[in-house]
Design a protein around this ligand. Structure first.
Ligand SMILES: Nc1nc2c(ncn2[C@@H]2O[C@H](COP(=O)(O)OP(=O)(O)OP(=O)(O)O)[C@@H](O)[C@H]2O)c(=O)[nH]1
Ligand SMILES: [Mg+2]
Length: 153
């Protein structure tokens, strides 16, 4: 069976910026494409937003990510809605951090994102704001990721 211990699993609502962040972190060309299925790369597991957004898919979200080395729960700072249940991340017995995306956006609301992520069970010290478009916060996030996963990014 494949070992996902050295992979980072990205979960979060549809359009929250999981794939764009992955592309930025791995220095890939940033192109938009709706994630239709779980996608594995050397050090990431990218999931479709439906996995956390639709309750019927949540067990699937947990199944495919529960043996990763790190879970990254992503929240878009432009998102008015939350669909991650309270203390959702406590389901995992592996490390979880939160990432707030789209901080470059003029409708970005960091306070709201922090609220949603802490509601999901993430410790406030483990929340990292970034913009995958401007690159703000990306260097800091890479340093955090490298504490959990050993690879060059
Ligand atoms: N302004 C801004 N836009 C972003 C940022 N990150 C992602 N986006 C935009 O948000 C949209 C959705 O991004 P995706 O990365 O596809 O979102 P996703 O979470 O992978 O979505 P699903 O695959 O549908 O679950 C795209 O149009 C991105 O260009 C960011 O940091 N800033
Ligand atoms: Mg995607």
């Amino acid at each position: 069976m494949a070992n996902n211990k050295n992979r980072i699993a990205l979960i979060g609502r549809i359009g929250s910026g999981k794939t764009t962040l992955f592309q930025r972190l791995t220095n890939e060309l940033i192109t938009y494409g709706k994630t239709q299925q779980v996608s594995y790369s050397d050090h990431f597991i990218d999931t479709p937003g439906e996995f956390v957004e639709l309750p019927c898919f949540r067990p699937q979200a947990i199944n495919v990510t529960c043996d990763a080395g790190l879970i990254v729960l992503i929240n878009s700072s432009t998102d008015h809605q939350n669909s991650v249940p309270p203390n959702f991340v406590c389901t995992y017995n592996i490390p979880v951090i939160g990432v707030i995306t789209k901080i470059d956006h003029r409708h970005s609301d960091l306070k709201r994102s922090r609220r949603y992520l802490t509601y999901a069970g993430i410790h406030p010290d483990k929340i990292h704001p970034v913009s995958a478009i401007t690159g703000d916060g990306i260097r800091e996030l890479k340093a955090v990721l490298q504490k959990y996963i050993t690879f060059e990014i």
